[in-house]
Design a protein around this ligand. Structure first.
Ligand code: BGC
Length: 385
């Protein structure tokens, strides 16, 4: 068993969560209202907008050959139709530095944040706004198409709809089922339109969506629980995938946890939980990649990680998930890359800085798991030679 040669071993971040300096986005204006974010934290603690070179050093120090990052639409187009050349240049410098170090780039165009002017027009709940996203995507592939290896249009539209339009815990903070349904389908249209427009400019570009997947299971198979599992899969990702697959060169899967329907059995006590109380299941990454292989396009694990402030769980978490992923690949799943979430601790949306997902702390100090990941990458790369 081994990982294919040229397999991408990287980590992932998003602009709003690490960059700081982002006052034109809807999320910034949302998070500064007291009471919305744990400890009233805000994203301005991030400093990667200035100190991105240090992030690239961390990638190099840990043998990573790929980086999934995002660009902040609000920085690039702070007002409608006005593109900020300095911001474009900042990203260009970052991409060039990554290329110089042979680090492949997966670039996400939308990772939960919008320019305030788009949000003011109703964000993704308003179908008329899709054209702005398409235009932004075209502009970005014109600017960066020579440097970016893989394009992720949307990050986890399914989670965004749940948190932002059903639970109301994330920006835009609504509990509005109609807008939830509208934005879900508008995201599908946005992906499809951006894909087609970008392909016209660069037919060889590799473009796909990133969707959150869970290992859904039932502890007691019966009609009701089986139906629950079926609908959970349908609405959280299968429907989205079915309606975008024709316009996707790859499928990005963010996998974190398992969700079990039915009574908790006695072995529940042994279940490993992250600081977020998410149930950790390394086999789940195997299950989900095998299951999603049927679409017949390459798969990237675009996020996988755990909230673990003390780094007690993470080293073994990394080993176990890489082991199960290798098994899926050996059995034919077309997985081309794995991105650990995250390179450094970051602004964890409504949880502020309380949840620590980083291989490195916010001051960029490596946790023991950074070494584990580096060793695992080296080991797998040697085996694949
Ligand atoms: C998101 C990240 C987030 C991570 C951990 C994913 O839902 O894409 O932005 O930080 O999970 O919660």
């Amino acid at each position: 068993m081994s990982y294919p040669k040229n397999f991408l071993f990287g980590s992932a971040t998003s602009s709003h969560q690490i960059e700081g300096d982002n006052k034109n986005s809807d999320w910034y204006n949302w998070e500064i209202i007291p009471g919305r974010i744990r400890n009233n934290d805000n994203s301005l603690r991030g400093d990667s907008w200035q100190n991105w070179r240090q992030d690239i050093e961390l990638l190099k120090n840990t043998n990573q050959n790929a980086y999934r990052m995002s660009i902040e639409w609000a920085k690039i187009e702070p007002t409608k139709g006005h593109f900020n050349l300095e911001a474009i240049d900042n990203y260009r410098q970052q991409f060039k530095e990554l290329k110089k170090n042979n680090i492949k780039i997966m670039l996400t165009l939308f990772h939960f944040t919008l320019p305030q002017w788009v949000a003011d027009k109703g964000g993704f709940a308003n179908r008329k706004n899709i054209c702005y996203f398409t235009h932004f995507s075209e502009k970005m592939i014109e600017e960066f198409g020579d440097l970016v290896d893989l394009w992720a249009t949307l990050n986890e539209p399914n989670v965004y709809v749940l948190k932002g339009y059903i639970e109301g815990l994330w920006c835009p903070g609504q509990k509005n089922y109609l807008n939830a349904i509208k934005s879900y389908f508008n995201f599908i249209a946005a992906h499809n339109q951006a894909y087609k427009a970008m392909k016209k400019i660069r037919p060889d570009a590799q473009i796909g969506p990133v969707i959150s997947v869970m290992a859904f299971e039932t502890s007691k198979p019966n009609v009701i629980n089986n139906i629950k599992v079926f609908f959970a899969r349908q609405f959280s990702y299968d429907l989205f995938n079915r309606l975008t697959i024709k316009n996707s060169d790859f499928l990005g899967l963010n996998y974190y946890l398992k969700t079990t329907f039915g009574p908790k059995n006695k072995s529940h006590k042994k279940i490993l939980l992250s600081d977020y109380n998410w149930e950790i299941s390394p086999e789940g990454i195997y299950q989900i990649t095998k299951e999603q292989a049927h679409w017949g396009i390459p798969i990237y694990i675009t996020e996988n990680g755990t909230a673990d402030a003390e780094d007690k769980i993470r080293p073994q978490f990394i080993k176990d998930h890489l082991h199960w992923l290798e098994k899926a690949i050996t059995e034919g799943a077309p997985v081309k890359g794995y991105f650990h979430w995250s390179l450094i601790d970051n602004f964890e949306w409504a949880a502020g800085y309380t949840m620590k997902f980083g291989l490195h702390t916010i001051d960029r100090k490596p946790r023991p798991s950074a070494k584990t990941y580096a060793e695992q990458i080296k080991k797998y790369q040697q085996e694949s030679k």
